[in-house]
Design a protein around this ligand. Structure first.
Ligand code: C5P
Length: 225
C-alpha cells in the first residue's frame, strides 16, 4: 500500500501546527525538511510526534563517515521514521550509517531532479538515468530505500537483490499546477508504478481544504492497489 507523506515546507512551528491540526486523522507521515529544521530544529520533529505523526527527516546528510554516523545516531534518538542521505557520500559513509544500531530507515538521494545534462556534462556524464542506476546499485546493501522521481521508478524494477522502498516527490493530482516541478505524475500513476510513498507539499499546503485534498490522494492510491 502506498502512503502519503505531506512535506511540511513552512518556516515556523506555528504554520506547521496549523497544517497538522487540519490533517489530523487523515495523514500519518510528514516530511521535515531543510527549511523547517533550519528554522525550528528538533522542536519541529517533536511537534509532529505530539500529533501522532511519523517523521521523514529530509536533511540529505553527506559528510565523512564519522560525522554521518553521529547525525544518524541523533536522528535515531529523535525517533524519526526515516532520514535521507546522499548516495554520493560513498560506500564507506553508507556502510557506516547503516551500522548505527538505533537508527531510522535510511533513504538515499541519487541525482537531484533539478540537475540537468548540462550540469552533469561537466563530469562527462551523458545519461542521467544510467548514473541514477549506478548510484542506486552502489547503495543497495546499505539503504532501505531511495527518493526518486516518477521517471526513475522503472530503474528499480529489476537488478536489485530486494526491491527498495521507493519515495516519490513531484506528485500532482490531475488538474493541479506543476509549479516548478518539471516531471510530475499523479498519485495513482505513482502507486501503479510501485511507489511506496508519495511526497506532496504545495497542493495540500496551499489549499483552503487540505484534508479534502489529502483524502483525495489517499482514495486515488487505494484504487490502484
Ligand atoms: O510542493 P511540492 O509537492 O512540489 O513538494 C515536493 C517536496 O518534495 C518538496 O519538499 C521538495 O523539496 C521535495 N523534493 C522534490 N524533488 C526531489 C526531491 C525532493 O520535489 N527530487
Amino acid at each position: 500500500m502506498t502512503e502519503l507523506i505531506v512535506a511540511l515546507d513552512v518556516g515556523s512551528l506555528k504554520e506547521a501546527e496549523e497544517v497538522l491540526q487540519k490533517l489530523k486523522g487523515v495523514v500519518s507521515f510528514y516530511k521535515v525538511g531543510l527549511r523547517l529544521f533550519t528554522a525550528e530544529g528538533k522542536k519541529a520533529v517533536e511537534l509532529v510526534q505530539r500529533y501522532g505523526g511519523q517523521v521523514f527527516l529530509d536533511l540529505k546528510f553527506m559528510d565523512i563517515p564519522r560525522t554521518v554516523v553521529d547525525v544518524v545516531m541523533e536522528a535515531g534518538k529523535m525517533g524519526v521514521y526515516s532520514a535521507s542521505l546522499y548516495v554520493w557520500g560513498g560506500t564507506r559513509m553508507l556502510e557506516a550509517a547503516s551500522l548505527v544500531v538505533q537508527r531510522p530507515r535510511l533513504w538515499g538521494v541519487t541525482v537531484l531532479t533539478s540537475l540537468d545534462e548540462e550540469d552533469l556534462g561537466y563530469f562527462h556524464v551523458r545519461d542521467i538515468k544510467n548514473l541514477v542506476r549506478d548510484l542506486a546499485h552502489m547503495g543497495q546493501n546499505f539503504l532501505e530505500g531511495y527518493v526518486c522521481s516518477g521517471q526513475e521508478l522503472s530503474i528499480f524494477q529489476n537488478g536489485f537483490k530486494q526491491k527498495p522502498c521507493l519515495v516519490v516527490p513531484g506528485i500532482r493530482p490531475a488538474g493541479f499546477p506543476a509549479e516548478d516541478q518539471r516531471r510530475v505524475i499523479t498519485p495513482g500513476e505513482a502507486a501503479r508504478m510501485g511507489a511506496d510513498f508519495v511526497v506532496m507539499g504545495r497542493p495540500i499546503l496551499a489549499s483552503a481544504e487540505p484534508a479534502k485534498i489529502a483524502q483525495g490522494v489517499l482514495d486515488e492510491i487505494k484504487k490502484e492497489r
